[in-house]
Ligand binder design. Structure first.
Ligand SMILES: [Zn+2]
Ligand SMILES: [Zn+2]
Length: 335
């Protein structure tokens, strides 16, 4: 089991300075015995099909005075606003992998941040290919940078956006926050296309003091992710309903041959995790709580929720939450 239970020790009205950089560094350091450590599921959809209920994958971490975006699917910028955060508050982004449903909102976050001349640099951490993604976004800003926004010429985009490509096993230190990076099997598959391209999909473990949150990103059942999550206070996991998704596809696409449906089933079962597998992973890792997100399900969450919940609980006796867009979870202090 996790080392302790979770409590919501952070007052919702707590105010802090989100801005990092030179001015923050010069402030008198004060040790908060229980700095904020909060996870918000900004967008809980999974897969490349937009839904009327859930926006594309994106999450917010508020850790002490750091405001971090974890994945940046379409609508990330507006979901941040709904969560009470400006794009200028965000100085760091972690991308789990470069499937476009996880990156489609990045251009808006960094571009609108730049348009508003929010101070500081935004750093985008991610797997190999992240530099090219960021370079492409910066390239798309060439003409706006030359024409300005009616207030003279803006700063140079390349001075305000930075990419850092991560490797498997790397640890990123960001003040009191540590981020452990582990590659998973989401991109494994026939033909080894991802391997040949040098692509990786990451799971992340965020640690603040003795508190920790593990985020699966997209993954299949993978012991490396279970190990990463060991002892975490909270496991934020993707989830898929395989049978229901296959049935939906077969109904919507009657022209598809059986071998294509079988290939889809193979993909779903090896590159994503079922609720039963999430429960197994959570139990084996001894996490304190499970938060489901990234729903690859055929319809509204309400229709799948009882089944998802009960299947996770088959193997895991701790608290299970089915997040919705803009659900927040505070990881309390033991001190
Ligand atoms: Zn995904
Ligand atoms: Zn993916």
């Amino acid at each position: 089991m996790a080392r302790r239970t979770l409590t919501a020790c952070i007052a919702a009205s707590m105010v802090f300075t989100p801005q990092l950089g030179a001015t923050a560094a010069s402030a008198t350091p004060q040790t908060d015995p229980c700095p904020m450590f909060r996870w918000t599921t900004l967008g809980t959809a999974g897969g490349p099909i937009p839904t009327p209920e859930r926006t594309e994958p994106a999450n917010l971490i508020e850790a002490g005075d750091q405001v971090i975006l974890v994945d940046a699917g379409d609508a990330a910028a507006s979901q941040l606003a709904k969560a009470g955060r400006a794009v200028g508050d965000v100085h760091t982004v972690f991308l789990s992998h470069l499937h476009l449903d996880h990156t489609g909102g990045l251009a808006a976050v960094v571009g609108l941040r730049w348009m508003n001349e929010y101070p500081g640099v935004i750093t985008v951490y991610g797997p190999p290919g992240t530099q090219a993604l960021v370079d492409g976004i910066i390239a798309s800003m060439a003409m706006p940078a030359q024409m300005g926004f009616g207030l003279g010429l803006p700063s140079k985009p390349s001075d305000r956006i930075k990419a850092v490509e991560l490797t498997d096993g790397q640890v990123v230190e960001m003040g009191d926050l540590r981020v452990k990076v582990v590659a998973n099997n989401h991109l494994d598959g026939p033909g080894d296309f991802a391997k040949k391209a040098g692509a990786l999909a990451f799971s992340y473990r965020f640690e603040l003091g003795d508190r920790s949150i593990t985020y699966t990103g997209d993954t299949g059942p993978d012991d490396r992710v279970t190990e990463l999550a060991t002892g975490s206070d909270m496991l934020v996991s993707e989830v898929i309903e395989v049978d229901q998704m296959i049935a939906m596809i077969a109904k919507q696409r009657p022209e598809l041959a059986d071998f294509m449906l079988n290939a889809a089933r193979e993909h779903f079962t090896t590159h994503h995790v079922t609720p039963e597998q999430v429960g197994k992973m959570a139990a084996a890792a001894g996490v304190g709580r499970v938060v489901l997100t990234h729903y690859v399900i055929p319809g509204p969450l309400g229709e799948s929720a009882p089944s998802l919940y009960s299947q996770v609980r088959q193997n895991f006796s701790g608290e299970v939450d089915l997040s919705r867009d803009l659900s927040s979870y505070d990881v309390g202090c033991s001190r």
